[in-house]
Every structure is written in structure tokens, then in C-alpha cells.
Design a protein around this ligand. Structure first.
Ligand SMILES: [Zn+2]
Length: 442
């Protein structure tokens, strides 16, 4: 290579290096300046001191440096939150409320949010994002007017109530202990709600309350004045035989592969799976119609003898040893083997399939959280989503699930909580306890 050639080579290399450095510089400049992306919920315009605002911050390359949130009203600005980040997180979620001591009035406010990254050229305003959102402060709780007093509710039974609420709400229903029964707005604008008095709640603890939360997060409650009628539930002894275990546990062995004996599987099915099924029922109950689908008393399996009742307290024995205690939460009806099972009332199939202890099980939704359950079926003639009429055959009785002999286990559920079906076979009870409140609505 001559001198001239080597000089050109060096120049070319230097040029390439220069271009590469320039490219890197441009890339670093762009990367350095990218602002964080901000997201703020709720989007809605109503807010109060109870509103949980959720702010999300995201950057792509260089981490977050700081964040500030201000609220302003009528030209007065108040600091809500200031944060400098440890390390350089690429994302952050901040849940905040307006401080109560801001002493804002009801009416419009503005939230101003500013967030910065670790941009080196911050003094040029780079790596900065801001967001301004308008809300209307509302501190007036909704007012609930119960249309008429509910008189009596049986332990393990159902009740219904209708009421008006003075403003739009986001959550509305009746709270009973740990349970919450959603209410449904009717054409008239009033709300209607079925609720249950759980079988295991002492009558003295039964204090159902209407609970509402408006769009701004203001809450109100209204106690219902109800007399709880205590019930004495039957005690029952069940002997678990080897024949029963050998026959039934094959249904569940795949679910509990670590258990060696049918008895060990049984213990888990009868306790764990039973509990899981209660959760399943609550989930299935969410799939309910906003309108009433049923009319008239519910049908009972024809020509059937009542076996076990609702709320029966069952002690389970194996070889004379007590191995478990559970509560029976339906009514067992025995007819001929493989007897056709009629839908108890009009509705829409919310579930049809194998459901743990219930075996082959159909659940029919009757609207507003009311559902009926048919279990231990030998065969099912309907699928989820099908509309059924009162009396229409939906399957045949059988022994699937935890059933010793051929029978129908029939249940009624209020938002997934099991109640005594007996009330729903009684036209007078329905008239006095349900239709009186429901008919106001239609
Ligand atoms: Zn049963």
C-alpha cells in the first residue's frame, strides 16, 4: 500500500467513526428526551375524598426521577403528592386520594400531574410529561328511601326489598354480614334486591343494611328493620361405607392424585371441594339477568318423597368414627330412578356440567340474582345459555357427585348463597315476601 492509499484509508475510517459517533449521539439524544407516558383513572368526572385515583407512569429507556400532583380550585392550588424515586424505575403506579384538609368546596377542580425522567437535558424541558384532568367534587351522600318494611325472614331463608336512591350510584345492594347482595334497577327507577339470611347466622346478628355508593364514592347505608325467625335444623348421621367410597371416588381421583385411599379422597372432596363449589356458585351467580324471568310458585319434582332437608346438620361416620361435619344446603327429592326433572320456573341456563360434589348439575337463572340448582343428574338435556320454560324437562335424576342413591338435590340460590327451597314452593310466601316488593317495580 502506498502513502496516498493509506492516507485515504485513514480518512475513510475516521469518517466512518465520526458517522457512527454522530448516529450514537442522535440515538442517545432521542432516547434521553423521551417523556414518560401517564395514565390516570377514574376517567369519570365525579370525585370525592373517597375517590381512589390511580396514576400509572411508564418510561422506555431511562428511569423515572420525580412526580408531583397538584389540585386546584378557584385559583387556589394545593399540593397532593410529591415523590422522588429511589433508583430509576421504568414504571410506577401511584394510588392516591385528595387530602381531606384541602378544604375544597363541591364543584369543579383540576388535577395537574407532572413527571420527569433522568434526562440529562432536563433544563431544555426534555423527559417531562404533564397531564391535566378536570373533576367535579361531590360530597353529598346518596339518600336511600326503603319503600316498605320487610317483616320477617326465616333463618336460612330469603327476603326481598325495594327502595329508591336519590342519585345515580355505582354500587348498590344489601349487606348481610360478610355477604353482599346486589340490587337491580327497575324500569320505574327504583331498586329491587333479594337477600338471604344465611343458615349459620345467629338471628341476633342478622342486621341487613342497604348500602349504596355514588359515582363520586360517597356512601350511605340504611338499616332494614326485620324480625329474624330462628330455625332449628335437623341433626343427621351419615355412614360412609366402603362400597360408597369405591363407587364414588373414581369421579374425583384425577383431581386428587396424591391421595392413596378412597377415604382420603372423600375427606378432601367433602370439605375442600365443597368449599370450592360454594365459590363456584357465587361466580355462576354473577351471570344473572337484569329482569325477572319467572312467575308463579316454583315446581317441586313430581311424585317425589322428601329425603334430606335444607340446613340438615350432618355428622359423617366411617367404621363408627366421626370423620366430618357438613351442612346440607338443599332438599333431596327421591322419585323413580332416572326420573325426568322439570325446570322449577322460567329462566335461562347459567350452568350445565360437572360441578364437584353436585356431580352433573344444571343451574337456571331466574333473574336479579335468583337461581335454582338441580344436581346428581344422570343426564342433562340443556346447555348453558338455553332459555327454559317452567316444567320443561332439563335432565334425568341420577347418582353423580356425592349421591348415595338416585335422587334430585334441589337448591335455590340468592346471588350464589344457598337458601331454603321450601319457601319458593309456597305461593303465599312468594306473594307476601317477594311479589309485594317486586310488583311495585313493574
Ligand atoms: Zn342433597
Amino acid at each position: 500500500m502506498d502513502k496516498k492509499g493509506s492516507g485515504a484509508f485513514v480518512r475513510n475510517v475516521l469518517l466512518l467513526l465520526l458517522l457512527a459517533a454522530l448516529g450514537l449521539g442522535v440515538y442517545a439524544f432521542i432516547r434521553d428526551g423521551r417523556p414518560p407516558v401517564l395514565g390516570l383513572s377514574p376517567q369519570g368526572s365525579a370525585a370525592s375524598y373517597n375517590t381512589d385515583f390511580t396514576l400509572t407512569l411508564k418510561t422506555r429507556d431511562i428511569g423515572l426521577k420525580n412526580l408531583s400532583i397538584y389540585a386546584s380550585q378557584d385559583g387556589r392550588s394545593v399540593e397532593v403528592l410529591k415523590r422522588s424515586f429511589d433508583g430509576k424505575p421504568l414504571e410506577h403506579t401511584e394510588i392516591f386520594r385528595l387530602p381531606r384538609d384541602t378544604a375544597f368546596k363541591e364543584g369543579p377542580i383540576e388535577l395537574s400531574i407532572e413527571a420527569r425522567t433522568h434526562s440529562l437535558l432536563f433544563f431544555l424541558g426534555r423527559g417531562k410529561a404533564s397531564l391535566v384532568r378536570k373533576y367535579t367534587l361531590d360530597f353529598t351522600p346518596p339518600h336511600v328511601t326503603v319503600n316498605q318494611g320487610v317483616h320477617n325472614v326465616n333463618q336460612g331463608g330469603a327476603g326481598a326489598v325495594s327502595f329508591t336512591v336519590s342519585k345515580p350510584v355505582q354500587r348498590v345492594g344489601v349487606a348481610v354480614g360478610e355477604y353482599f347482595f346486589p340490587a337491580f334497577q327497575q324500569k320505574s327507577g327504583d331498586y329491587f334486591c333479594y337477600f338471604a339470611m344465611p343458615y349459620d347466622m345467629p338471628p341476633g346478628s342478622f342486621k341487613p343494611r342497604v348500602m349504596v355508593r355514588d359515582l363520586a364514592g360517597n356512601e350511605a347505608t340504611q338499616t332494614l328493620y326485620i324480625y329474624a325467625i330462628p330455625k332449628n335444623f335437623k341433626f343427621d348421621k351419615l355412614n360412609v361405607s366402603d362400597e360408597f367410597l369405591n363407587d364414588k371416588m373414581s369421579q374425583y381421583s384425577a383431581q386428587y392424585p396424591q391421595e392413596q385411599s378412597p377415604l382420603d379422597i372423600y375427606k378432601r372432596v367433602n370439605s375442600e371441594l365443597r368449599k370450592q363449589n360454594e365459590v363456584d356458585l357465587r361466580r355462576i351467580a354473577e351471570d344473572t339477568s337484569n329482569s325477572t324471568l319467572w312467575s308463579g310458585p316454583f315446581l317441586r319434582l313430581p311424585n317425589a318423597a322428601g329425603r334430606a332437608g335444607f340446613g340438615d346438620q350432618r355428622d359423617y361416620f366411617y367404621n363408627g368414627m366421626k370423620i366430618d361435619h357438613q351442612t346440607h344446603l338443599g332438599v333431596d327429592l327421591a322419585s323413580l330412578a332416572n326420573a325426568p326433572v322439570p325446570a322449577a320456573n322460567d329462566g335461562k341456563v347459567a350452568f350445565a356440567g360437572f360441578l364437584g360434589i353436585y356431580g352433573n348439575c344444571v343451574i337456571i337463572d331466574h333473574g336479579l340474582g335468583l337461581q335454582s340448582l338441580y344436581s346428581h343428574l344422570d343426564s342433562m338435556d340443556v346447555a348453558k345459555g338455553a332459555e327454559v320454560k317452567r316444567g320443561q324437562f332439563i335432565g334425568k335424576t341420577g347418582t353423580t357427585g356425592l349421591a348415595g342413591g338416585d335422587h334430585l338435590h334441589f337448591g335455590i340460590l340468592i346471588s350464589g348463597v344457598q337458601v331454603s327451597p321450601v319457601e319458593w314452593w309456597d305461593e303465599h310466601w312468594i306473594q307476601d315476601n317477594v311479589l309485594k316488593h317486586l310488583n311495585r317495580q313493574q
